[in-house]
Ligand binder design. Structure first.
Ligand code: 6R9
Length: 657
């Protein structure tokens, strides 16, 4: 990721958000932290002695052997709960099956065509144990890497947990990735096996995954076996000796497979995140520390209660799916909803329909989805009974205050708090988020860091910024679920995260703290634009645009300008009922000038049918920057959500010339 971090001089914050929403008593009463005073107290206790704090948190979970030392810190390498032994799968399943929870639903699954399955904790435990035996029978041992490439079916959860059970390192690869991306990830991690499905279903069409696997495996010497789960029943090629059907192997497997007692630092998974340049980074997470923070943060951020039906719409191919669809919820004994398909299939109300039918109480999604719903029109939401909902969450990008308000009013009916959770693949778990029983909410900010998480906004030299002064978001003390390294590339780990600001973990995000200590994420540091000496966070200019009634989504980038140094270019997606024309263009420019000030007024406003996004829904500003300066688009584009979007943008650009 090219960063622009020589100094943060003049990163200006331009958003003026005044609305505040106080927590209701129904949350405060049942919460561990009931007020901001209590939060401040807890935060201080944890900050004064992080090791004591984390040891307390860790002792809530099952350890086969207790640790000797809480933290060994050899900057930038950390070891947590050293000498301890545990197992995440044991904590997610075995601890529940000796209680009444054995008959509680662990997974409520819905396929895109409407087929449904429910697995109780006992059933899930049985399937996972069987699949763990399948892995072992096929030669997988503790420490071996297993690639997983399948759509959102219970078998994906089963495969992940089976790896954790025997200490195999899972490497889930999002089912939308190409053969090339698959080969690259398999080879980088030297995976011994791939677990896949014949296909997956998306927008009514079946997508042949096995074909992609076959193409990828032409060049992957480490793979010895392929296990294929039959989902779509399409015709696929099965290579003798290498490829095996999931159902054949499961039919022969024993249901008895004790969970391995694993060292706290045993690697749990590798998850690749692509930077804008270079090959993808294999983020490595380990066992005891990851479990401790992920399970505990899930409990507090989502205020989870026994009866909750929790639905996280992320794909398991992303970190959110790992931490807050599988591990966090299951360790807490929650019921999770898993949905296979697209949010707009067969219509734009599929999500609301699922919430209504399954009586979902906690709903966690991404700003990009919310903006798509706004664009589709309110009627899709309002025709459903969403009264089961009590808490909403968002993750993945800064949420524009207007999108927050829409979510709050239309989905939460002004009674559900929204937890805007800031974190990263690298952080493993949520770092900054409101606590629903304590934190007054302001639309557009992830608010305050969780206890034990020492984040700050600093200058390049590490000194703290003043209130409202923009700077770099850093973490000043190791935390249990931090990445341990980039798999196979310690140097890259050091330079990417530990060389920008001395002695601190560099997140790559720009931010500011307001007078209440709330953290406002201003976007990635490379998304900061410099206009007449003012460095503006693009997300703030975008929020100003989205606050106009015609705008559904906006991405703002800069292009070089002979006179000003840089000029602002806004790519704007309009709501269905609006049409892009010169008059609206002028109106939007004036609107930004009014909301922020004349310096932030976009020089160009371009209409876009849709914005190019990474597969996980983040706007690809790098591509737009290249479009804006009319350069050839180059670099890794394997993460584009929709290649046609780029084509359309190019065509629109040609037309407007
Ligand atoms: C969990 C996840 C990490 C980057 C992160 C930041 C952005 C995530 C955010 C947010 C503002 C939030 N981001 N959550 N920005 N507010 N609540 O998304 O991980 O895919 O690794 O992305 O996403 O820029 O640095 P990952």
């Amino acid at each position: 990721m090219p960063t622009n971090t020589e100094s943060n001089a003049g990163i200006s914050s331009v958003l003026h958000e005044q609305r505040v929403f106080k927590p209701g008593p129904e949350f405060s009463e049942g919460a561990t932290i009931k007020s901001m005073d209590e939060y401040e107290k807890q935060y201080k206790i944890a900050a004064d002695d992080p090791q004591k704090y984390w040891a307390n948190v860790a002792s809530q979970y099952h350890w086969f052997k207790k640790w000797d030392t809480v933290l060994e810190w050899n900057e930038p390498f950390s070891k947590w709960f050293v000498g301890g032994e545990t197992n995440l799968c044991y904590n997610a399943l075995d601890v529940h099956i000796n209680t009444w929870r054995k008959n509680k639903a662990a997974i409520i699954w819905e396929g895109e065509p409407g087929d449904q399955r429910t697995l109780t904790y006992l059933q899930l435990h049985r399937e996972v144990s069987k699949f763990a035996n399948v892995l072992k029978r096929r030669g997988i041992q503790k420490g071996d890497r297993v690639a997983i490439y399948m759509g959102m079916t219970p078998e994906l959860v089963i495969a992940v947990l089976a790896c954790a059970r025997i200490g195999a390192v899972h490497n889930v690869i999002f089912a939308g990735f190409s053969a090339h991306a698959l080969t690259e990830r398999i080879n980088d991690s030297h995976a011994k096996m791939i677990v896949c499905a014949d296909g997956t279903i998306r927008r009514g069409k079946s997508l042949n995954l096995k074909e992609v696997v076959d193409e990828a495996l032409v060049d992957t010497p480490s793979i010895q076996n392929v296990i294929v789960y039959q989902r779509t029943k399409e015709t696929i090629h099965m290579q003798d000796g290498r490829d095996h059907w999931w159902h054949d192997l499961m039919g022969l497997a024993s249901e008895y497979c004790p969970a391995e007692s694993l060292d706290s630092e045993h690697p749990l998974f590798i998850l690749y995140t692509s930077g804008s340049t270079g090959k993808p980074k294999g983020i490595l997470h380990s066992t005891g520390g990851y479990m401790t923070h992920v399970a505990n943060s899930f409990k507090h951020v989502f205020d989870v209660k026994e009866q909750d039906i929790y639905w996280c719409t992320a794909d398991i191919g992303w970190i959110t799916g790992h931490s807050y669809m599988i591990y966090g919820p299951l360790i807490n004994g929650s019921t999770i909803v898993v949905y296979e398909g697209a949010p707009n299939y067969p219509q734009w109300d599929r999500f609301w329909d699922i919430i209504q039918r399954h009586k979902v109480t906690i709903f966690y999604t991404a700003p990009t989805a919310i903006r798509a719903f706004i664009r589709a029109g309110d009627e899709w939401v309002t025709k459903h009974d969403l009264s089961s909902l009590r808490l909403l969450g968002t993750v993945g990008e800064p949420i524009n205050p207007e999108a927050w308000m829409w979510y709050y009013k239309n989905v939460g009916k002004e009674k559900c708090p929204i937890v805007d959770t800031w974190w990263q693949t690298e952080t493993g778990g949520i770092m900054i988020s409101p606590l629903p029983g304590a934190t007054p909410l302001k639309p557009g900010t992830a608010t305050r860091p969780l206890p034990g998480i020492l984040v700050d906004v600093v200058h390049k030299d590490g000194t703290p910024c003043q209130a409202n002064e923009g700077g770099f978001l850093v973490v000043k003390h190791p935390w249990p679920s931090m990445l341990r390294t980039i798999y196979g590339d310690e140097e890259r780990y050091k330079t990417t995260y530990w060389s920008e600001v001395d002695g601190m973990y560099f997140t790559g995000d720009g931010a500011r703290k307001d007078n209440d200590g709330y953290i406002w994420i201003m976007g990635r540091v490379d998304d900061v634009v410099n206009i007449s000496g003012h460095r503006l966070g693009t997300s703030e200019v975008e929020s100003a645009l989205v606050s106009h009634e015609a705008v559904a989504e906006a991405a703002v980038v800069s292009r070089p300008d002979e006179v000003k140094g840089n000029a602002l270019v806004a790519f704007v997606t309009l709501k269905e009922e609006f049409e892009g024309n010169q008059k609206l263009r002028e109106e939007l420019r004036a609107h930004v000038a009014k909301e922020i000030g004349p310096i932030a007024k976009p020089d160009d406003v371009r209409w876009a049918a849709a914005l190019p996004k990474t597969r996980s829904g983040k706007i690809m500003r790098r591509l737009l920057r290249e479009m804006a300066s009319s350069k050839e688009v180059k670099g890794d584009v394997t993460t584009l959500e929709d290649f046609t979007v780029l084509e359309k943008l190019r065509e629109e650009e040609e037309e407007s010339k």
